[in-house]
Design a protein around this ligand. Structure first.
Ligand code: PRX
Length: 654
């Protein structure tokens, strides 16, 4: 295990003796969607368990003939021969079943504007968008880049793509023009769907200029840009390329028949940070992904589509927004809330006001948000009626027991079970999570594998570790929602996930099994940081920094941060002529914002004379992390020049 994982492991050591247990109430357990028998079925049936789920949760146009083809491992094929349409399953079939009047989406804009969209209305919108995209020449297999805020058109666009077999690539609205450009290029997108902008903290905020920036050059593959009018701010317009959504979609025909696609037809690409500078385009396909997202949404959250109001607070720019905003809730026929803005606009009680207003019963959010609310104080949520809440979910990073307890008591009224869900962009859906009616939950631990999923913690040699020990988190068997590869780079797929251990998927996370065999996640063991539940690579930010003319060298580490989990701290060596002053720090922070996006801006940039390197030239980030976290630097005996740490300390004292 790497040094930093070891250190984190030590820090978590005391948690392994967590004594608190919160079993479900008898009433919850008796009526729960997921019963203990689910685990028994899963372990006795092997992959056939998933075949049963696929047939139960989805309506197949053509049934599959083989559950899993693993002959070309690690390239899996699930539900071979089956044909299915994601949008039909999310929409048309519910309308056909008489549920057209059920609310699919309660939308609340940041300024307070609202829209209530039923399944019938959403179906019609998606059909119109499908016709509009087809009329722009988008065909099955083409890629569509989506750069939108959290507005219903985001979901409509994704489902319209799925309906016609186009592959969406959603790019988070907080990424820069540069980041958008590289993603458009890598996927060779034909269409971009964006908006004039959105609202942020009570003010209009622009999106279209980033698209213009990304496309402001020869040689890109985009022929059309469809623009949703959201905030009404003026935008630059490229005639012949740019089209308003309200012109092309509103006038399109509401009739559209969904063609069934192969179970393994690509559904989407989603870029995520890895250990190199270049983000990876994670590829997901249709049948397996839909099955496992719908299965977990129903069982992990104890979903009752007739009565629940589900709210996943993630942006559609991340995988959580894909799986648990766009796909699973609609496949399951649920009613959900979608909120455009920030939690503190116009006041710090906005979320709780929304929970009260829409009677949200299942809330799914990230520890970073919970810690922020803790800081703001419990009196704020306590002003609102949160009694509708019956299940609470957590995702994105380890949740510290203190935040877990606060979430349970203040938001969950000391009764709603908390489900801490571990998964990744690559896994597509929950992999480790308690089942709320079965598992006695433990503050801080994601605990057990989802039924049908085979999780383990192994040592350096790939041997399963005993209870009470730590190591690397792996997945032993293929799973339906697993990534099918990295877009355009099959070798990198094998190398990244399948080469560390034989026949096991290496997740990149450190983990421990406690005395009960429950799993505790300990953070990444590679050069990936987790900032507010968002993945960023140290190398990517280092590349952005050294692309600035004032920077000679840069090293980036993730330092512990009370609110965001980790924060970006950069150490830079300036070029000879560059001056070390406050301006340079501001300039470099803005430069990273421009290259990657505001989320990647370092919290601190420290100008240093040297970086600690081993004799082979590798930067010892562990030592920099010590400095960033205000500790005495650890063992530096393997440095090529062991005075470097003193030089750094001296320069920082100045
Ligand atoms: O380190 C783990 C952490 O987030 C990483 C995956 O990030 P991403 O692909 O952006 O997906 C985030 C949302 C699914 C993992 O490798 N992570 C995610 N969920 C948890 C977590 N760490 C601890 N506990 C979790 N529940």
């Amino acid at each position: 295990m790497s040094d930093s994982a070891q250190k984190q492991g030590d820090a978590f050591e005391n948690l392994l003796h967590e004594e608190r247990r919160f079993p479900p109430t008898d009433e919850f357990a008796a009526n729960a969607v997921a019963q203990p028998s689910l685990y028994e079925e899963a372990s006795s049936q092997g992959s056939e368990f998933w075949a049963a789920q696929a047939r139960n949760l989805l309506t197949w146009d053509t049934d599959f003939t083989q559950t899993l083809d693993w002959s070309d491992a690690p390239f899996a094929k699930w539900f071979v021969g089956g044909k299915v349409n994601a949008a039909y399953n999310a929409l048309d079939r519910h309308v056909a079943a008489g549920l057209g009047d059920r609310v699919a989406i309660h939308f609340e804009g940041e300024p307070g504007d609202t829209r209530t969209i039923t399944y019938a209305e959403l179906t019609e919108e998606v059909k119109k968008a499908s016709n509009a995209f087809e009329s722009l020449g988008v065909a099955k297999g083409d890629r569509v880049a989506v750069y939108l805020p959290m507005i219903p058109e985001a979901v409509i666009t994704m489902l319209a793509c799925a309906r016609i077999g186009a592959v969406h690539s959603v790019v988070f609205g907080g990424f820069s023009a540069e980041a958008l450009r590289s993603r458009i290029d890598d996927a060779e997108a034909k269409l971009v769907v964006t908006s004039d902008g959105t609202y942020r903290r009570g003010k209009p905020s622009a999106l279209k200029p980033a698209v213009d920036g990304a496309l402001g050059r020869e040689g890109h593959t985009v022929s059309s840009v469809v623009v949703v009018k959201r905030n009404g701010e003026p935008v630059e317009w490229t005639e012949g390329r740019d089209l308003w959504w309200h012109d092309v979609v509103d006038s399109a025909s509401p009739e559209h028949t969904a063609e069934a696609h192969d179970s393994e037809h690509p559904l989407f690409i989603l870029y995520t940070s890895g250990t190199t500078g270049k983000p990876k385009g994670i590829l997901h396909t249709t049948g397996g992904y839909l099955t496992q997202t719908a299965f977990t949404h129903k069982n992990t959250f104890d979903l009752r589509p007739e009565t629940d109001v589900f709210w996943c607070t993630a942006d559609i720019g991340w995988v959580t927004g894909h799986s648990y905003v766009t796909y699973a809730p609609l496949i399951n026929g649920a009613t959900q809330l979608m909120y455009e803005g920030t939690p503190d606009t116009p006041h710090q009680g906005r979320w709780w006001e929304l929970v009260e207003k829409y009677k949200v019963s299942i809330l799914y959010t990230a520890p970073t948000a919970i810690r922020t609310f803790m800081k703001w104080g419990r009196d704020i949520p306590q002003k609102f009626d949160l009694s509708s809440i019956r299940v609470l979910g957590s995702v994105g990073e380890p949740i510290n027991p203190e935040a877990w307890m606060w979430y349970r008591e203040v938001i969950g009224g000391s009764k709603a079970p908390i489900v801490d869900t571990w998964w990744q962009t690559e896994t597509g859906a929950h992999m480790i999570a308690p089942m709320p009616g079965v598992t006695a939950t433990k503050p801080g631990s994601a605990q057990v594998a989802v039924p049908g999923i085979s999780i383990d913690v192994v040592d350096e040699l790939g041997e399963s570790v005993p209870n009470g020990s730590g190591g690397y988190l792996v997945i032993r068997e293929p799973w339906p929602a697993m990534l099918r590869g990295i877009w355009g780079d099959p070798e990198r797929f094998k190398e990244t996930y399948w080469s560390r251990f034989d026949n096991m998927y290496f997740a990149g996370d450190g983990a421990k099994k406690d005395e009960d065999g429950d799993i505790w996640l300990l953070g990444r063991v590679d050069d990936v940081m987790n900032i507010s539940g968002h993945r960023l690579s140290t190398t990517e930010i280092e590349s952005a920094l050294v692309s600035h003319p004032s920077v000679a060298e840069a090293a980036v580490v993730g330092a512990a941060d009370e609110t965001t989990g980790e924060a970006v701290v950069a150490f830079v060596i300036l070029r000879g002529s560059a001056k070390d002053d406050d301006d340079i720090v501001t300039t470099l922070r803005n430069h990273v914002g421009k290259e990657i996006g505001p989320i990647a801006k370092p919290r601190n940039i420290l100008v240093v004379p040297e970086l600690p390197k081993t004799r082979s030239g590798k930067i010892m980030r562990r030592l920099l992390k010590d400095v960033a976290e205000g500790r005495e630097a650890g063992d530096s005996s393997t440095l090529a020049d062991n005075t470097v740490m003193q030089q750094i300390a001296a320069s920082l004292r100045k």
